[in-house]
Design a protein around this ligand. Structure first.
Ligand SMILES: NC(=O)c1ccc[n+]([C@@H]2O[C@H](COP(=O)([O-])OP(=O)(O)OC[C@H]3O[C@@H](n4cnc5c(N)ncnc54)[C@H](OP(=O)(O)O)[C@@H]3O)[C@@H](O)[C@H]2O)c1
Length: 172
């Protein structure tokens, strides 16, 4: 396999991930974890690639997109869809196939529709989940984690606004 491929998401106690095309919460410590995890490469000459749905892309404030120091890929069925600073692909496999030797890892960063398809992808290496120990009003949810991802490693824990955040990596 050419690249390691991960899903990365923050979920509440009910696996909620979003509300009204936005995140239901703001935790700077989770943002830092996301940034560090998705930027870090073993080879300093390589970059990681982030793959997201058009709805998630549009939900990111313009000043923060494209995500810096990473390749940004946006999925849209409309072949004329434009995302400034990102490449647009019509399918998950098209995005994966575009990654050349300059890319080290690939992260699916949301939202719900993209998570539903990517957790089932046969080449997926692992799933990073930040478990937020609260319930939020959500209209978008993370899918069931496939059974084969039965190794669960706790890679960190933080507290912010009195709420526990647990960082877990699920692998095969
Ligand atoms: N908690 C978290 O970690 C997290 C992370 C990211 C996002 N979110 C939240 O998730 C919500 C958005 O999720 P969502 O499910 O509504 O939308 P989404 O997955 O971000 O985007 C859906 C759109 O992406 C395109 N798309 C999806 N799969 C595709 C495929 N296989 N091939 C081609 N295009 C594809 C389509 O775009 P077109 O319709 O334009 O063709 C589709 O309408 C927001 O509330 C956001 O804040 C949460």
């Amino acid at each position: 396999m050419k690249h390691k491929i991960y899903v990365i998401a923050g979920v509440d106690k009910n696996f909620g991930i979003g509300k009204n095309n936005d995140l239901p919460w703001h935790f700077s410590k989770d943002m830092e974890f996301f940034k560090k995890t998705t930027i870090k490469t073993q080879d300093p000459k390589k970059k990681n690639m982030l793959v997201m749905g058009s709805t998630t892309w549009e939900s990111i404030p313009k000043k923060y997109r494209p995500f810096k120091d990473r390749e940004n890929a946006v999925l849209a069925w409309d072949p004329d869809y434009k995302a400034e600073g990102a490449k647009v692909f019509g399918s998950i496999d098209e995005a994966l196939d575009s990654a050349g030797d300059d890319i080290e890892k690939i992260f699916f960063i949301g939202g719900g529709m993209v998570y539903r398809e990517s957790v089932k992808h046969p080449k997926l290496t692992g799933i990073y989940l930040t478990h937020i120990d609260r319930e939020y009003d959500c209209d978008t949810f993370f899918p069931e984690i496939p059974e084969k991802f039965n190794k669960k490693e706790k890679i960190g824990e933080e507290h912010e606004k009195g709420i526990k955040l647990e960082f877990l990596l699920y692998t095969i």
